[in-house]
Write a protein that binds this ligand. Sequence first.
Ligand code: ADP
Length: 298
Amino acid sequence: DVLVVGSANADLTVRVERRPGAGETVLGTDLVESAGGKGANQAAAAARLGARTALLAKVGDDAFGTLLLDGQREAGTELRHVLVEKGARTGTAMIVVGPDGDNSIVVSPGANARLSPADVTAAREVVAASAVLSLQLEIPPATVRAAVAVAREAGTRVVLNPSPTPESLDPELLAAADPLVVNEHEAKQLSGLADGTPADRARALLGRGARSVVVTLGGEGALALAAGESEPTAVRGPQVRAVDTTGAGDAFTGALAGRLARGSSLVEAVRLAVRVGAASVTRPGAQPSYPTMDELPD
Ligand code: ADP
C-alpha cells in the first residue's frame, strides 16, 4: 500500500496568451476550479492506477475542502486520514497557464500549514503498515521530518519529491529518499551543480546521501539512478502534445510510488511513471488529467 502525506489545494486556473509582468494586468479565460496540491495529486495518481492508496492531509471546512474530498473519493483513495479543520481555509493554488502549456503558480497554504507532527503520530500505524510513504514539501518541515522518522523506524520506503525546493535539503530527508524525485530545476538547485548534465546532477545527489535518484526531464522522460550505480538509466516517455503540464510531476511521482509499493524495480516503476506523466499533460488540470491503466499511451 501507499501512504501519501502532504498537501491538498484547490487549483484555480486561468489560461493566458501572455504572462503578466510586474505591475501589469492581462485578461485570461474563465476560471476553472479543480482538485490539486502535491500530496492530493500524488494520491489521486496512484489510486487511479489501481494502487491501494491512503492520504494524510488537512483541508478546511469550506467548499474547496469538499472539492478535494470529492476528487480523492472519485480516484479511489482511502479518505480516513484526510483531516477537516474547522474554521480553516483549504489551501489554494493560483495557476496561470501560458500558451505553451507551462504554468506559473502561487500557493496559499491554508490548512496545509496546520498538518502537524501530532497528526503524523496519530497515524503512525498507517505509516508502518504501508510499503511506501510518499512525501513532498508543501506541508510544515517538522511534519515531514516526523513522517520520515516513523517510516525509518517501521522500515517503510520513502519516496521524496523535495518541492517546493528549499535552498538546501535536510540531510536526514535526503538520506531517507529512495528515490529522491526531482525535476531538472530541482536537480540543479539541490545538487549545487550549475553546470553539468542531469546525469551529473543525479550522481551528485546520490553522492550527497540519497538512496536513489530520479530526475524527470519533461517531454524527454526521466533518468533513474539506483544505489551503487554510476550510470543512470534513461527512460523516454511517449511523444504527446502537451496542453497543460500542471501536476505532471505529481502524476509521475504518484505512479512511481504505487508501482514501487507493488515490488517493482526503480527502472520498471519509472517506465510506468513516464507514461502516466505524459498522459497527464494531454488533458487540462492536475487530478482531472490523471489516467487509469486503460488510458495510458504506449
Ligand atoms: P514537473 O512537472 O515537476 O516540472 P517535468 O516537467 O519533468 O516535472 O515532468 C514530469 C514528468 O511528466 C516527465 O518525466 C514526463 O513523464 C511527463 N511530462 C512532462 N511534460 C511532458 C511532455 N511535454 N511530454 C510528455 N511527457 C511529459
